[in-house]
Ligand binder design. Structure first.
Ligand code: GLN
Length: 281
């Protein structure tokens, strides 16, 4: 039910979106999807921590944007709460470092567009650290190794990119998966249907409109482990690591706090604990 409703909304948004992978869209279209949650109350300053920085004492409430459906990094649980590796890490770091933030569930391309427009102070959305992006954003230290993969329906006979000839594949606007699909589209002779969010992509493949989709490998793996009738016929392509991003030079103290907090989380075992909550070994 929920997925269908989301898919419909996203289909409507699609009509207004651009065709290029790196395409952005007007900020107004994201307003409806903007369900802000606050962690400010739970992120009360703990100035006794040795690693707490001076900036932590500021009253600033950072606006941090994330994706809508990108499990296990961010997704809505059965209770309608946004949870996931990214969000738990962010919350734990904010508590460790004593800064406050409002979470904006914007969608990936909207989060990045909003960051560029100065609407958000940071993005945590399974965002891959790439050289191209490093020119525009300041990234934290990498916190998770990932990469792009191709998924097809469980009963598909496609085993390689050769099977995509004259077919349509699904990809998500502004992502590494979309950029990868675009980079091989001519060579293998397929066209790309672009979506705003991962679940709409999966629905398009399951509905048979697209024969495959390109998304981050661990995210596809998680979706499949939850019973979605997709499979990964090939190994992971184009590896990358996720980082927390701010606009270049805009919030250096925030990146500093993220890195300091991440280190503390790793040292204390909390980071491992968060991963284990969502990802089985
Ligand atoms: N890791 C991918 C990227 O940065 C996808 C991120 C996402 O869809 N949330 O492009």
């Amino acid at each position: 039910m929920k997925k269908k409703a989301l898919a419909l909304t996203m289909a409507a948004l699609m009509a207004a979106s651009l065709t290029a992978c790196g395409g952005s869209k007007p900020a107004e279209t994201t307003a409806a999807a903007e369900a802000a949650t606050t962690a400010a109350d739970t992120a009360a300053a703990d100035t006794s921590e040795a690693e707490t920085t001076a900036a932590a004492k500021s009253d600033k409430v950072y606006k941090i944007a994330t994706d809508t459906t990108f499990a296990p990094f961010e997704f809505e649980n059965d209770k309608g709460e946004m949870v996931g590796v990214d969000l738990d890490i962010l919350k734990a770091i904010s508590e460790d470092q004593g800064f406050q933030y409002d979470l904006v569930v914007a969608g990936f391309s909207a989060a990045v567009t909003g960051l560029e427009a100065g609407e958000y102070d940071g993005v945590i959305a399974g965002m891959s650290i790439t050289d191209e992006r490093k020119a525009k954003y300041d990234f934290s230290e990498p916190y998770y190794d990932s990469g792009v993969g191709m998924a097809v329906t469980a009963d598909s006979d496609i085993t390689s990119y050769d099977g995509l000839k004259d077919k349509t594949v699904a990809a998500k606007i502004g992502t590494e998966g979309c950029a990868f699909a675009e980079s091989i589209a001519d060579q293998y002779g397929f066209t790309i249907n672009q979506f705003e969010d991962s679940s709409s992509m999966y629905q398009d493949v399951l509905a048979g409109n697209s024969v495959a989709c390109f998304d981050d490998y661990p995210v596809l793996g998680y979706e499949i482990s939850r019973g979605t009738a997709l499979k990964l016929p090939m190994d992971m392509e184009r590896g990358s690591s996720y980082g927390f991003a701010t606009l270049k030079g805009a919030n250096p103290e925030l990146v500093e706090m993220f890195d300091a907090g991440l280190k503390n989380l790793k040292d204390s075992g909390k980071y491992e604990e968060i991963l284990n909550t969502y990802i089985s070994k």
